[in-house]
Design a protein around this ligand. Structure first.
Ligand code: ZN
Length: 213
C-alpha cells in the first residue's frame, strides 16, 4: 500500500488506499476463456506497486489449481509442486511477452512448455460407470496432479498463442501493472482499476504538460 505524505497542490491525484486495492483484481479480459492467461497473470504488481503472487505457497497454488478445475480441492500440494508451477509460469509469461512485442519466441520457454506438454497427457479420458454412463474425466493419479495441471496449462498456452486471439494479446497499459489481456477495441488495460489509474495519469499529464507517453 502506498501512503502519500503530503499532497502538494501540483502532486498527482493521491490514490486513497482502500482495502480492496491489496487484493487481486478480477480476471483480465480473456483470462476466463484462457486459463493460461490467468496463469500468466497470477504474478502481478498491483496498481499501488505491491507485488502479489497467487502461487506463492503450496496452499495458495493448490487453491488456484482447484479454482481452475485443474486439481481436486485439498490436493495437498508440496512446495516442489508450487515451485514447478511458478517456473512454468515464468516461461509462459516470457512467451506471451515475446508475442506481444513481436520478438522471436525464447527457445528456453518453448522447451519448457513442450516438456510440460509431453510429460503427462492433458487429454481427459473416456470413462463409463453405471451412474453417469459415458463421460470424460481427467485421469488424476495423486502423484501426477501437478504434471496434469502443468500439461493442461501448457496446452492452453499453445492454443492461446496459435489462435487468432493471439493478435489481441497485449500488456496492460497502466503502469506498474504487469498483467496481460486480450484487447477489445481500444481498451488496453486489464481492469477498471487500471483503466481509472491510466485515465487519471493521462489527465494529470495533460494538466501539467508532463506527458509520460
Ligand atoms: Zn492492469
Amino acid at each position: 500500500m502506498r501512503f502519500m505524505k503530503d499532497s502538494a497542490p501540483s502532486a498527482p491525484p493521491a490514490p486513497v488506499p482502500r482495502a480492496h486495492e491489496s487484493a487481486a483484481p478480477p480476471p483480465a479480459s480473456g483470462a476466463e476463456q484462457y486459463p493460461a492467461l490467468d496463469f500468466a497473470n497470477s504474478a502481478l504488481t498491483l496498481p499501488g506497486g505491491q507485488s502479489l503472487d497467487l502461487l506463492a505457497t503450496p496452499a495458495a497454488a493448490g487453491e488456484w489449481l482447484a479454482g481452475h478445475g485443474l486439481a481436486p480441492a485439498g490436493a495437498g500440494l508440496q512446495e516442489v509442486c508450487a515451485s514447478r508451477l511458478r517456473a512454468l509460469r515464468d516461461q509462459v509469461r516470457a512467451l506471451i511477452a515475446a508475442r506481444v512485442e513481436g520478438r522471436p519466441a525464447p527457445a528456453g520457454a518453448l522447451a519448457a512448455v513442450n516438456d510440460a506438454l509431453t510429460r503427462a497427457p492433458a487429454a481427459r479420458l473416456l470413462r463409463w460407470d453405471p451412474e453417469r454412463g459415458l463421460h470424460r474425466e481427467a485421469s488424476h493419479p495423486v502423484t501426477q496432479i501437478v504434471e496434469h495441471a502443468l500439461a493442461a496449462l501448457a496446452a492452453d498456452t499453445a492454443d492461446l498463442l496459435t489462435s487468432p486471439d493471439a493478435d489481441r494479446l497485449t500488456a496492460c497499459g497502466s503502469s506498474p501493472c504487469t498483467r496481460f489481456l486480450l484487447r477489445h477495441g481500444r481498451r488496453h488495460w486489464c481492469s477498471t482499476r487500471c483503466g481509472d489509474r491510466a485515465r487519471a495519469a493521462r489527465s494529470y499529464a495533460r494538466r501539467t504538460g508532463t506527458a509520460t507517453r
